[in-house]
Design a protein around this ligand. Structure first.
Ligand code: NAD
Length: 570
């Protein structure tokens, strides 16, 4: 049997391919080739100069020849230039005997890193000026992501840039992840004849909008205006045919969207049945989970069958919890139908039920087989629920992506947005991709995933003290983000402009920026009981700037109380 004797790294310029590639090769005792450096060695000119003097097309030809030469080597790690994977010839050459890893981080993180660490090697196509670096990387990310996503392994490297681990710790973890996945998956690859056929196509098929890849589990997130129509095709793509499908939905969603899913499955000859729970958070409890177990037993549901969770976050959390425990775990697919679920709850494998003592107290990490988000389902959401979900999208912008915030700022008529499915698909894909990046980097919330709690320390406390009756989750998070921004302002971490940006963006979606009159010491007590407390200190995710989140456990209680007063309606 042929063994895989090459590993190649692809991704945007500046993402760390050379550093990581050198370490991977050192670990394996293999050699290392950086194709940009090899080009320089062979031609006596660096890629940036070649592009400037002779044009990009000329450079790409040289690059193809160099890659063809590089893959002649055995036992080698190859780091490629950012645009190399756009060429079908390069894809085929790299894929034929090698395992291809896509290193992914946000353009903002990469550009900040490059600005702070100017390197001697000029980077083709990025230009010299730091001002255009960020926008150029966003543009390249947009142009190249579809092809990058055809790599064999998707490796989130955001940890290197976010300083939760030291840079060397983060790199060590990434290297071991690549080695582990390569050693366990590379044999499987050789059996897939369709892989090379796909890589060699001039026009690559459109990949999923996002991918979650935790190293142990990899699954697609398909987002689009007509995704439900493709459900039988998606099941085929996932090798989930020839099994029964058990749909779990709620009393609101079933008539609006569930029945058409049943029809689509029936028409495709896929057998199954449905369980409908009463809509609302009250259903997310063990008693209902037990009812569903009993229903599955009476249906003779087997471990190889499939659960579809069709609804908002309540259905997703509950059905996911049932899927994770019934017969010690059966496969499930998330089909989120609320903004909140598409952008947050359905991605990342946190599944749970509530106990009388608190929310989400019993649960597990259990990844779905796929997330299928048909944004046309959002057109039937009550407008308050629609708006609520945008708190999480705005949150993703603040912690990771200034460009997403600019896009939201320019949206115009928010009421019309609910019926603009192509715009919704675009926004959802951007935001879901950010969540996928973070949970793939840190599936069990040990470091980077904590940044997703921006606005949640105060937000959860508000939900607890108001008994989950006054505010929807996203609304409480909106107030929580205002609180976090005000704390950061008091600590001189951010300026007035960034503080005002919080309220401006939240108000666009009629989200609250102040809370009703509540017992402030009860809120402080609730924060102290929260999962996010560390050794008795309140722990906040705060911003130093957009896309610069930090965890702070040293915020004086006096500042917290002052801010709670500021965000209280008088
Ligand atoms: P939800 O599931 O209760 O949905 C909100 C309401 O909208 C419900 O009445 C529902 O029936 C209705 N609905 C859903 N889709 C609809 C549609 N397309 N048209 C019309 N009505 C529709 O609540 P949610 O806001 O989606 O999610 C909140 C839940 O998600 C909470 O339980 C929260 O704990 C959980 N959550 C989980 C995670 C996670 O990582 N697992 C993250 C965030 C929130």
């Amino acid at each position: 049997m042929v063994s895989i004797r090459q590993i190649s790294l692809i991704g945007l310029s500046g993402v760390g391919k050379s550093t990581i590639g050198e370490m991977v090769s050192a670990n394996l005792g293999w050699s290392f080739i950086d194709t940009d450096l090899l080009i320089e060695e062979k031609t006596g000119t660096n890629p940036a100069e070649i592009i400037t003097s002779k044009g990009e097309q000329y450079f790409r030809k040289i690059e193809e020849n160099i890659i063809a030469e590089a893959v002649e080597n055995e036992f080698v790690v190859i780091s490629t230039g950012g645009g190399a994977f756009l060429s079908s010839q390069n894809r085929l050459n790299l894929g034929a005997n090698g395992y291809i890893c896509f290193l992914d981080a946000t353009p903002k993180a990469i550009s900040d890193h490059l600005k702070n660490n100017p390197r001697s090697v000029p980077r083709p196509l990025l230009g010299d000026s730091p001002e255009i670096l960020e926008s150029r990387l966003y543009q390249l990310d947009k142009e190249r992501r579809n092809s990058y996503q055809h790599a064999d392994l998707w490796v989130p490297v955001q940890n290197i840039f976010n300083n939760f681990d030291t840079e060397s710790e983060a790199i060590t973890k990434i290297v071991s992840r690549i080695l582990k996945a390569w050693s366990s998956e590379s044999r499987k690859l050789l059996d897939s004849s369709r892989r090379l056929e796909r890589l060699s196509q001039a026009e690559l098929p459109v990949p999923p909008s996002a991918i979650v890849d935790t190293g142990l589990h990899k699954y697609p997130i398909w987002i689009g205006p007509e995704e439900l129509k493709f459900l039988p095709d998606r099941l085929r793509q996932l090798n989930l045919t020839n099994r029964r499908v058990f749909m779990i939905s709620d009393s609101n969603v079933i008539d609006l969207h569930g029945t058409s899913i049943v029809e689509i499955l029936d028409n495709a000859g896929i057998a199954g049945s449905s369980y409908i729970l009463p809509a609302g958070e009250e259903s997310k409890k063990l008693e209902i989970a037990e009812e569903i177990y009993n229903w599955l037993i009476t249906q003779n549901a087997e471990r190889r069958d499939l659960i579809l969770a069709v609804g908002g976050g309540v259905v997703g959390d509950l059905a996911g919890y049932v899927a994770s425990t019934y017969l010690r775990g059966i496969p499930f697919i998330q089909i989120p139908t609320s903004v909140l679920a598409m952008n947050d709850a359905a991605i990342g494998g946190k599944v749970a039920v509530d106990l009388p003592n608190g929310k989400n107290l019993v649960g597990s990490f259990y990844q779905p087989q796929a997330v299928i988000s048909d944004v046309s389902t959002l057109t039937t959401l009550p407008s308050r629920s629609f708006n609520e979900g945008f708190a999480e999208i705005i949150k993703h912008g603040f912690i990771l992506d200034p460009d997403l915030l600019s896009e939201i700022k320019d949206l115009g008529n928010i009421h019309a947005l609910q019926h603009d499915v192509s715009q919704l698909a675009e926004l959802t894909a951007r935001s879901a991709r950010l969540k996928a990046l973070v949970v793939s980097s840190d599936p069990r919330e040990e470091n980077l995933r904590m940044i997703l709690n921006y606005g949640h320390t105060i937000g959860h406390a508000i939900e607890t003290v108001s008994n989950y009756t006054e505010y929807l989750h996203g609304e409480a998070v909106a107030i929580g983000m205002m609180g976090a921004a005000r704390i950061a302002r008091h600590l001189d971490m951010i300026d007035d402009e960034l503080l005002a940006m919080h309220s401006d963006l939240l108000r666009l979606f009629s989200l609250p920026t102040e809370m009703s009159d509540m017992n402030l010491s009860a809120i402080v007590q609730a924060m102290k009981r929260d999962k996010k407390v560390e050794s008795g200190n309140l722990r906040f995710v705060l911003l130093e700037d957009i896309a610069k989140p930090v965890i702070r456990s040293d915020v004086p209680e006096s500042v917290v109380v002052k801010v709670l007063k500021e965000i209280s309606k008088n």
